[in-house]
Design a protein around this ligand. Structure first.
Ligand code: PLP
Length: 634
């Protein structure tokens, strides 16, 4: 556990159990005690068709734990409740979940269900997100907010106004100045009194990658002059009372509570100014940004960690709003936050398998092969060879390496000229490898090939270099014998993971046992990736998304129950995404078979049928490697 810093990034949800497997502390509801679920058992159940009740799902696999999701929501709410209570704040906190972080139906439905007792709502940033938020919130708390962010056209605004007609607690947040004209116009036409928010572009700037949305030059929001113009326009139209919410977003992964308090303080001043100007202000929406400690370091100096707890975050927000409002004698507003990352990251784990690893066995070089090489060396290469031998006799390691390197370069030149053949080039590689090993400078880092697409499942690693904890989910009671980087299935040199938490350029990994055909399987988990990764992933090389299961705590023999299992998209499904028609493709290939193959081509005399069934199988299977069924014992 210490090697992979599980206690740092994993607490309180992930730990290593006595059998060396990762277990998930999936805080149950009131009727169940907190139990630990062995992740390997879950993966076995999901993927092994031979295990009792095995589901036969193909990997990669996302395992979701709704109980963890519920605990995240409840922890956030209770952190704010405590801050409100202990600081004597005169209004409450209610959160909204920005659906862009993970729009999966069951994730959103769970959030609405778990949060309905404390007015939890949703935030949408586009028309389809608004539609899904509208329908999900029909089953949520009547007070839960529906915050409408993002660029808006007339259709978006009409939809948001319809949501108000449906008695959903909808707020249209102006992100562009022009949107106010549309809102005034359309709400009059539809005879709906809107609730309007305004997104302020704060001067407070958060540095680093996630800060690009903040500061005066940030992409979103209205500057001071624009806010003043909006107030005038609303006043003119007799709608200033509709302006009730102030929103801002400093950026994701806010590194410190000092920066947070600075931004919230600035926004609170704007809030108080809007009160002074006559708006009927009620809510301050502090956006997202509650950070995740991906590397367990608790350090604010990197993009992958933050220097505060959820409780410290909540206390800093409440204190900053209260301080400003008290000085201006303004009634405390309801505090809303749009935390995404902090809500959905933990509950979802991506499981994938290492299918092979490069070995660093030296190329073999026989004495005969070496002699043949030496005979063909040019004058300079021969002199390098002689110098290498004498340095070896004298035990001069540095000199050995120097001459070995020089010899290799000259041999490559000779190969290019055509005076050395491939066997000799291989012999020089072997010789140099022996020298490196003898002087102890072999590169011990191996490449583990994983059944995964980085572009589909960890796009933020590829796109912005974001690091996630990656850990074998079993064998953690064995000392790893190797270090490795991970190479994915795509035909793309970016499809590899060679940076890991803690600034490491390789990961401690165990030797693979067997060749994957009946050998013991080796499963790795990528943790804390429940936010953004699924929503951003693409179909590079036409690898689709993973299979997904939903696992709840239960009082059954395994302490868990699979409550939903969905196989990942098949080859046919991903082809359809790019407008191909798998049914038509199948027919085309079958006709081709009828044209070019003879019925008797195979031993059973039904070549065309057998080809057709193989083709059908390929269309139906997932695009990932089909690794033969596991036989690892639990
Ligand atoms: N709200 C807005 C307006 C955002 O732009 C974002 C993310 O960028 C969020 C909320 C969610 O932020 P986070 O996931 O950091 O909580």
């Amino acid at each position: 556990a210490a090697l992979y810093k599980v206690d740092g990034w994993g607490a309180p949800y992930f730990t290593v159990n006595s059998t060396g497997n990762i277990s998930v502390r999936s805080y149950g509801n009131d009727t169940l005690p907190h139990q630990e679920i062995d992740l390997l058992k879950v993966v076995k159940k999901a993927s092994d068709p031979k295990s009792t009740g095995g589901l036969g799902l193909q990997l990669p696999l996302i395992v979701r734990f709704p109980d963890v999701l519920r605990n995240r929501l409840e922890s956030l709410q209770s952190a704010f409740d405590l801050a409100v209570q202990s600081q004597g704040y005169d209004a409450h906190y209610q959160g909204v979940y920005p659906v862009k972080c993970n729009q999966d139906r069951y994730v959103v439905e769970d959030i609405v269900k778990f949060g309905s007792s404390f007015r939890f709502g949703l935030e949408a940033g586009s028309k389809p997100e608004l539609l899904l938020a509208m329908s999900c919130l029909c089953n949520g708390s009547p007070e839960g907010l529906l915050i409408c962010n993002g660029f808006k056209d007339a259709e978006y605004i009409s939809l948001a106004l319809m949501a108000r007609k449906l008695s959903l607690n909808t707020v249209i947040v102006l992100e562009q100045e022009e949107e106010v004209d549309l809102v005034i116009d359309i709400s009059k036409k539809l005879a709906v009194r809107p609730v309007i928010g305004v997104r302020a572009k704060l001067r407070t700037k958060h540095s680093g990658h996630f800060g690009s949305t903040s500061g005066e030059k940030g992409k979103f929001g209205l500057n001071t002059t624009q806010i003043l113009r909006v107030v005038k326009k609303l006043q003119h139209s007799g709608m200033l009372d509709c302006l009730q919410l102030l929103h801002f977003h400093i950026g994701s992964q806010i590194p410190t509570t000092a920066l947070l308090a600075d931004g919230v303080g600035e926004a609170s001043q704007i809030y108080c100014e809007l009160v002074r100007l006559g708006a009927c202000m009620k809510v301050i929406d502090i956006g997202g940004g509650l950070g995740i400690d991906y590397d367990g370091s608790r350090s604010p100096d990197s993009d992958v960690s933050v220097g505060y707890t959820v409780q410290e975050y909540a206390s800093a927000v409440v204190q900053a709003v209260k301080f400003v409002c008290d000085r201006k004698a303004v009634k405390h507003p309801v505090i809303v936050s749009e935390s995404g990352r902090a809500i959905v990251s933990h509950h979802s784990i991506l499981i994938f398998e290492a299918v092979s690893a490069s070995s660093y066995e030296s190329p073999q070089v026989s004495s005969l092969g070496l002699q043949y090489l030496v005979d063909r060396l040019g004058e300079e290469a021969f002199s390098d060879y002689r110098n290498l031998c004498s340095a070896a006799v004298r035990g001069e390691n540095e000199t050995c390496l120097l001459y070995a390197d020089q010899l290799k370069q000259r041999c490559v030149e000779q190969f290019k000229e055509g005076s050395l053949d491939m066997e000799q080039l291989a012999a020089v590689d072997g010789l140099c490898d022996i020298v490196s090993k003898a002087v102890g400078v072999t590169d011990p880092v191996r490449t583990y090939h994983v059944n995964l697409s980085v572009f589909t499942s960890i796009p933020d690693f590829w796109g912005i270099g974001q690091l996630f904890p990656i850990v074998p989910i079993h064998r953690l009671d064995e000392k790893p014998g190797a270090r490795g980087i991970l190479s994915d299935l795509t035909c793309d040199s970016d499809g590899k993971i060679d940076k890991f938490i803690g600034g490491e350029s390789s990961l401690p990994l165990h030797e693979l046992e067997g060749d994957g055909n009946g050998g013991r399987k080796y499963y790795l988990g990528m943790f804390l990736g429940g936010a953004y990764e699924e929503a951003l992933g693409g179909v590079h090389n036409l690898f689709g998304g993973p299979s997904v299961i939903r696992v709840s705590q239960s009082d059954g023999p395994h302490s868990f129950a699979v409550t939903r299992a969905v196989p990942g998209p098949s080859c046919g499904d991903v082809l359809r995404v790019m407008q191909h028609e798998p049914e038509l493709m199948f027919e085309t290939l079958k006709h081709r078979a009828e044209e070019f193959m003879h019925e008797t081509d195979d031993e059973n005399g039904n070549a065309i049928d057998s080809l057709a069934s193989r083709l059908a199988h390929s269309f139906h299977n997932m695009p990932y490697l089909t690794v033969s069924s596991p036989c690892c014992s639990l």
